[in-house]
Design a protein around this ligand. Structure first.
Ligand code: HEM
Ligand code: HEM
Length: 290
């Protein structure tokens, strides 16, 4: 089995665990969670599902631990030299995302969908970190990286592009002039003069589709078909996506720097208030199963 397949299974398993746990908890408690506060006390599941209940309290503890572990292991792996050979950084980020998405979901069930007191600040900081995480993930993917997950320099990206071109010529015997025609099509940029973002996005979408169509026509004329056709198209699409990323590289690198600065304070705020909340809970004598 190739590494690629194992990696896909890894991501799929994480995703399925998240989906299963989330749907199980929703299915198990939706009747209770939909009730207003005053009606909850009479519900048979109140003692279990309330924030201090056997399940409710446990979800708060496990969810919080998942977030703490999810942040710590990623930061340790990324920043401490001793751990730098342990697995691939990109896979650790995926694990960070898994623990730090499922953790907040468990905490959401812990609150039983009622957010009061100063813990509400912790809750909304948590939501802000998750949301900013999703945005960060998007920016992260816009910056070309090595297999390991390290940012590539412009030089390295261009080398990757050259290697793709060479593969097209040497492995798939694409004609140099044909390749030139394809690269011309790939290099053209959509008209950016549209006045609204929506119009520009639609124009860009149509433009990209036309580029692909144009490349396909060029390939068909050369009688490249079947399995080769698919593989060649795959390589060319990688090139298209790489050249688009080069266009935006500086912007995305800067955005990512600012993003890092914004992501951390919310994480810290969440953690501090969480600790105060835990302290208060313990002081008030809540012990869960211990
Ligand atoms: C980021 C993590 C957490 C958030 C956002 C959070 C949020 C909340 C919220 C919104 C409530 C309901 C407050 C209310 O009814 O007014 C609550 C209650 C509670 N939480 Fe947490 N919680 C977190 C982690 C924890 C942890 C780790 C523990 C375990 C020590 C814990 C123990 C409790 C207890 C015992 C209650 C019930 C308090 C009561 O009924 O007076 N929470 N939490
Ligand atoms: C409670 C939830 C979360 C917390 C507390 C949290 C915390 C952090 C922290 C402290 C870092 C900085 C690590 C470093 O110094 O490099 C980080 C990085 C990151 N997180 Fe999260 N995160 C959370 C959820 C998420 C989610 C849901 C996503 C994605 C969907 C995400 C995506 C990322 C990305 C892309 C990075 C940057 C990785 C890098 O530059 O190497 N995070 N997170």
């Amino acid at each position: 089995m190739g590494d690629n397949i194992i990696h896909r299974i890894y991501v799929l398993v994480l995703f399925l665990i998240g989906l299963l746990v989330t749907s199980y908890l929703a299915f198990d408690g939706y009747e209770y969670y939909l009730l207003s506060i005053e009606h909850r006390f009479d519900h048979p599941d109140h003692q279990i599902l309330k924030p201090s209940g056997a399940l409710g309290h446990g979800l708060g503890i496990i969810g919080s631990l998942m977030m703490i572990v999810g942040v710590s292991i990623y930061m340790l792996r990324k920043r401490i030299r001793m751990f730098s050979r342990l697995g691939i950084l990109k896979h650790w980020l995926e694990f960070h995302i898994f623990l730090c998405s499922l953790g907040p979901i468990l905490v959401l069930y812990h609150t039983a969908f009622k957010f009061g007191g100063i813990v509400a600040v912790s809750f909304w900081s948590m939501m802000a970190v998750v949301l900013s995480g999703i945005i960060g993930r998007y920016i992260y993917l816009q910056i070309p990286r090595t297999i390991e997950g390290r940012e590539m320099s412009l030089n390295e990206i261009n080398q990757t592009k050259d290697a793709l071109n060479q593969k097209l010529v040497q492995v798939y015997q694409l004609d140099e002039s044909l390749l030139e025609a394809i690269m011309q099509a790939v290099k053209r940029r959509p008209d950016r003069s549209g006045n609204s973002m929506l119009k520009r996005s639609i124009a860009k979408f149509i433009f990209e589709r036309n580029t692909i169509k144009e490349v396909k026509t060029i390939l068909r004329k050369q009688k490249i078909a079947g399995k080769n056709f698919k593989e060649v198209m795959g390589l060319i699409q990688t090139e298209i996506s790489l050249s688009r990323k080069i266009d935006r590289l500086i912007t995305m690198q800067n955005l990512f720097k600012y993003w890092h600065v914004a992501h951390l304070p919310f994480a810290i705020l969440m953690l501090i208030i969480m600790l105060v909340h835990v302290g208060v809970a313990i002081t008030f004598g809540y012990r869960w199963i211990f």
